[in-house]
Design a protein around this ligand. Structure first.
Ligand code: ADP
Ligand code: MG
Length: 211
């Protein structure tokens, strides 16, 4: 098991950002998930709220972005506007020394403003399902180069009634990709989605007592 961020083999730019953010050592879900995610494998990560799941997928997503290519290579699905904003902010903090930008896309925000932001070709999109589908239907987002898809807070997605939207999005993004599901709990509908869309996933489950 890797005990420090240095041992995880992440690039110096991210190590510096992690230090700036005051993260002294990886949390249990980060220790186990980061090496698996870096290998390109599909992953189910389950750990309590507040245990650092955002960086558990955010760091490997940043490592896997090819900065010579424009446009979204990773899509992170978030259940709420607040979470999309917060996750994009954390990823942009982690990316502060890299030429990588994460854009939050959510309902309720002026769509013209989003068209403009999307034309700047952000590397990572952090989106709520409804607004992402809206852009997909309008053809205002190019997902043809997406290689990583993260479903964040899967249990909240179920509570919000987003399962059908998520299924549509998962089916529309190129199949040659890495898919990761993160959640505090794994309700039935999320397990079913995982069975359909994840390829031989590694399951990382951190018990509350060890956190
Ligand atoms: P979760 O998604 O599991 O609920 P978050 O990713 O939102 O948790 O993280 C919760 C808080 O912990 C955030 O403020 C985040 O910046 C912080 N955090 C994440 N990883 C670490 C770490 N390795 N050390 C210290 N704080 C961390
Ligand atoms: Mg979270």
């Amino acid at each position: 098991m890797y005990e420090t961020f240095d041992e995880l083999g992440i690039q110096p730019e991210i190590l510096q950002a992690v230090k700036d953010m005051g993260f002294e050592e990886p949390t249990p879900i980060q220790k186990v998930s980061i090496p698996v995610a870096l290998s390109g494998k599909d992953l189910i990560g389950q750990a309590q709220t507040g245990t650092g799941k955002t960086a558990a997928f955010g760091i490997p997503v940043l490592e896997r972005i090819d900065t010579t290519k424009p446009g979204p290579q990773a899509v992170i699905l978030s259940p709420t506007r607040e979470l999309a904003i917060q996750s994009a902010e954390e990823i942009n903090h982690l990316a502060q020394y890299l030429p990588i930008h994460a854009l939050p896309i959510y309902g309720g925000q002026d769509i013209e403003r989003q068209f403009k932001a999307l034309r700047k070709k952000p590397n990572i999109i952090v989106a709520t399902p409804g607004r992402l589908m809206d852009h997909m239907k309008r053809g205002t987002i190019d997902l043809s180069n997406v290689q990583i898809l993260v479903l964040d807070e899967g249990d909240e997605m179920v509570d919000m009634g987003f399962i059908d939207d998520i299924r549509t999005i998962l089916a529309a993004i190129p199949e040659e990709r890495q898919t990761m599901f993160f959640s505090a709990t794994m309700p039935g509908p999320i397990r079913e989605l995982a069975e359909t869309f994840l390829k031989d996933p590694e399951v990382v489950k951190i018990k509350a007592a060890t956190v």
